[in-house]
Design a binder for this molecule. Structure first.
Ligand code: NDP
Length: 255
């Protein structure tokens, strides 16, 4: 799968799944825009992308800001000349029970970061992707397909369910323009997500152990496994695939 000459935006690419996706695209010849708030982590990912000869545009931004969402697209097109592939990946797993004092605040933060940002970025990116007949991949979660997580994951799971539906409607609107849109629903993937959600190290170990035990295959994925799936969906091998949801969860949903 060569992506030579293609330009890819990956949001939330300073760590975890987004970093693996950006690095994998760079390895396959693409030029990439990487986005996150943590400059130190973003610099490390940029170095890895550039080690494959890729041009890499770094954007330090909060995706939940509408101005930043627009800038991510305009800066990419200005500096890299075009836009072929958008991966809406940035996300947080902050939790709050509905009866908690911070319920609404947490809901807004999670929805704006995980879902609304994808709508705004896609709105700005779509005209450029239509020009290149490229495609869009959204990163959701199996939490968007089922309600088996604890109740305090409601904001996260609702944001991911919205992402699944958004994918289908965007695929419908953009199909006449030759643009495909798909969504990946991962199960547990070992990344910084628990740490970034504020879990202390001991709680993180417990969380990953519980996740592992909850899968049929008794394992959690590495971010590269999700990146492989994203690159497949972005490639011509998936030219018949649009409006589809791909689960990669080590069999968690069948347990
Ligand atoms: P990480 O916490 O490792 O990565 C999240 C990325 O999103 C980071 O690069 C972070 O960058 C970025 N990000 C978060 N908030 C913002 C923001 N406001 N503005 C810009 N960037 C932001 O987690 P994962 O790699 O695991 O998560 C990636 C995606 O995969 C998420 O959407 C997550 O929901 C989804 N997912 C993950 C699963 C897992 O088990 N790991 C399972 C299912 C889905 P920075 O901190 O620099 O801002």
């Amino acid at each position: 799968m060569s992506f030579k000459g293609k330009v890819v935006i990956v949001t939330g690419s300073s760590s975890g799944i987004g970093a693996a996706i950006a690095i994998q695209f760079a390895k396959e010849g693409a030029n990439v825009t990487i986005v996150g708030r943590n400059e130190v982590k973003l610099n490390k990912v940029a170095e890895q992308c550039e080690s494959f000869g890729a041009k890499c545009v770094k954007i330090i931004a909060d995706v939940a800001s509408d101005d930043a969402a627009k800038r991510i697209v305009t800066e990419t097109v200005e500096k890299l000349g075009q836009l072929d592939i958008l991966v809406n990946n940035a996300g947080i797993a902050k939790t709050a029970f509905l009866l908690a004092e911070n319920a609404v605040e947490t809901f807004d933060l999670v929805m704006n970061t995980n879902f609304r940002s994808a709508v705004v970025i896609t709105h700005h990116a779509a005209p450029h992707i239509i020009k290149t007949k490229g495609n869009i991949i959204n990163i959701s979660s199996i939490g968007g397909l089922q309600a088996t997580a604890t109740a305090n994951f409601m904001p996260y799971c609702v944001s991911k369910a919205a992402m699944n539906h958004f994918t289908k409607f965007t695929a419908k609107e953009l199909a006449p323009h030759g643009v495909r849109v798909n969504v990946v629903n991962p199960g547990p993937v070992k990344t910084d997500i628990a740490e970034n959600a504020g879990y202390v190290p001991q709680a993180q170990d417990y969380f990953w152990q519980k996740m592992k035990e909850g899968t049929a295959l008794k394992r959690v994925s590495d971010p590269e496994e999700i990146a492989d799936l994203v690159l497949f969906l972005a490639s011509d091998k998936a030219k018949a695939v649009t409006g589809s949801s791909y689960v990669s969860d080590n069999g968690m949903m069948i347990v």
